[in-house]
Design a protein around this ligand. Structure first.
Ligand SMILES: CC(C)(COP(=O)(O)OP(=O)(O)OC[C@H]1O[C@@H](n2cnc3c(N)ncnc32)[C@H](O)[C@@H]1OP(=O)(O)O)[C@@H](O)C(=O)NCCC(=O)NCCS
Length: 431
């Protein structure tokens, strides 16, 4: 079967929706209008690729969602691969493989320097250089223990509701900026900018890797449409969803222990009606250190995969441990993203890094250009695209070696790579 990659256009939408129904089942009635329209608005015109067969009919499609994602506390452009589906009668003939490779090339053209996805099958994405990067973790708490945190703050002498900031700022005012302290109040559309900044600053302060802050427009739209419940204080924000069976916390930022206690207390305040609280936050959220109880034992984890699309730009944009000061050479072999292929000098100092290509692919020699298990003794460490993705996501070199994803190099090289890429990334949003 001859396959042709092309951009999905508006005229293709009915055909793509029909493909989607044959892959994932029909959209639910509530989704069919607005969700599909939002998908189209976000991805048509460059971020949606299709694969056509020899007759010109679309047999596969996939999208690249435009995200901003924290790596080492700094934000990079991340392409979130989603909506990959193939016509059932055309499966098993390389359609999804061709599509994935096309999406990788397109991300490079668009300036998305890393990519993540939630796979239904790892082998499809591994053959294109993605590797498991971490998990999205759902942690569950008992609402009453969160509620207790809130009352603890009042006992500590934090500003009481009666003496702190007024519960509501004037409509339309840049309310969060005017806030001085204290009691959480409902966010207004005008708070979107401040909330976005709080989410970004939080990632920087904790040197996080993985979280994707919504854009200002997304936050504003979400508040306008009353989609999620959002409360702000001068030193924090909480965004959560309330359903009959559970509260689900999507984001919580607090810059002081009092703000954390107040915002968690607010989430737990409805525990008489809805006692279960799920969170999709950092698995090591400091809430665990404050709570007078333990999270529930049943934790749900959804693995995700990542890929480096543009090593040079991604490395220069990422943050690194502030005291890391090292450099190391590594050879990368990445046929699907050829600009990553070469011998690189990775240097890190003062929390910033640079990746300089010291030899492009033709100069690597036979061993380097081949598979990673052919690295010559005494030379630099070698990785393929999967090894690079795993390193990027903080898998230690010892683990990579055990999985056969890293060869060559010396113990000193391993120590340097481990120092540079130390991170425990996690995703909070499923896409
Ligand atoms: C998964 C899907 C996209 C694969 O499409 P495809 O065109 O058949 O994939 P390819 O022919 O390029 O196969 C690539 C590799 O993917 C893996 N793969 C494909 N379908 C698979 C399945 N059902 N289970 C496990 N692995 C599978 C195989 O490793 C395959 O390699 P192989 O043929 O050498 O064994 C397609 O089956 C589909 O549309 N499924 C329903 C929707 C879905 O799951 N989408 C993926 C979202 S992340």
């Amino acid at each position: 079967m001859s396959l042709n990659l092309r951009d999905v256009t508006e005229a293709d939408l009915p055909e793509v929706l029909s493909l989607r129904s044959r892959a994932f089942g029909p959209l639910t009635t509530g989704d069919s209008g607005t969700w599909w329209e939002r998908v189209a608005a976000e991805t048509l015109g460059g971020r949606w690729l299709g694969v056509a067969d020899e007759s010109g009919a679309l047999v596969g499609a996939g999208r690249i969602r435009p995200y901003e994602q924290a790596w080492g506390g700094r934000h990079l452009r991340m392409g979130g691969v989603a909506g990959v589906y193939v016509e059932p009668s055309a499966r098993g003939r390389g359609v999804a493989t061709a599509l994935t490779r096309g999406l990788i090339t397109r991300m490079g053209e668009l300036g998305d320097v890393v990519s993540c996805l939630f796979p239904t099958t790892v082998s499809l994405y591994r053959r294109s250089g993605f590797e498991v990067g971490g998990v999205q973790q759902r942690t569950t708490y008992a609402g009453p223990t969160l509620r207790d945190l809130g009352s603890l703050t009042s006992r500590r002498g934090a500003p009481s509701p009666a003496t702190s900031t007024p519960a509501a700022a004037p409509a339309g005012a840049p309310a969060a900026a005017a806030e001085t302290s204290g009691r959480p109040r409902r966010a207004q559309p005008a708070d979107a900018d401040v909330i976005h900044r709080m989410l970004r600053d939080d990632a920087e302060r904790h040197i996080r890797s993985g979280p994707m802050p919504p854009t200002v427009d997304q936050l504003r739209g979400m508040i306008e449409r009353d989609e999620l419940i959002t409360y702000v204080t001068s030193d924090g924000v909480v965004i959560y969803d309330l359903a009959s069976e559970a509260v689900t916390v999507e984001h919580l930022v607090a810059t002081t222990p009092e703000a954390a206690a107040r915002l968690w207390g607010l989430v737990g305040s409805g525990s008489a009606a809805v006692p279960t609280v799920h969170t999709y936050l950092d698995p090591r959220d400091p809430l665990t250190l404050m709570l007078g109880g333990l999270p529930a034992e049943d934790v749900r984890q959804v693995p995700w995969m990542a890929r480096v699309i543009d090593l040079s730009a991604a490395f220069a944009g990422r943050g690194f441990p502030p005291l890391a000061r090292t450099e190391v050479e590594v050879v990368v072999d990445d046929p699907e993203a050829p600009r990553n292929t070469g011998r690189w000098l990775l240097s890190v100092e003062n929390g910033s890094g640079s990746a300089t290509q010291v030899a492009a692919s033709p100069d690597l020699g036979a061993a380097a250009a081949g598979s990673v298990d052919s690295a010559p003794a005494g030379g630099p460490a070698h990785v393929g695209a999967r090894g690079l993705a795993a390193l990027w996501c903080g898998w230690s070199t010892s683990r990579l070696r055990q999985a056969g994803l890293l060869t060559g190099g010396s113990p000193d090289d391993d120590a340097a790579l481990d120092t540079i890429f130390a991170a425990t990334p996690y995703l909070t949003e499923y896409f």
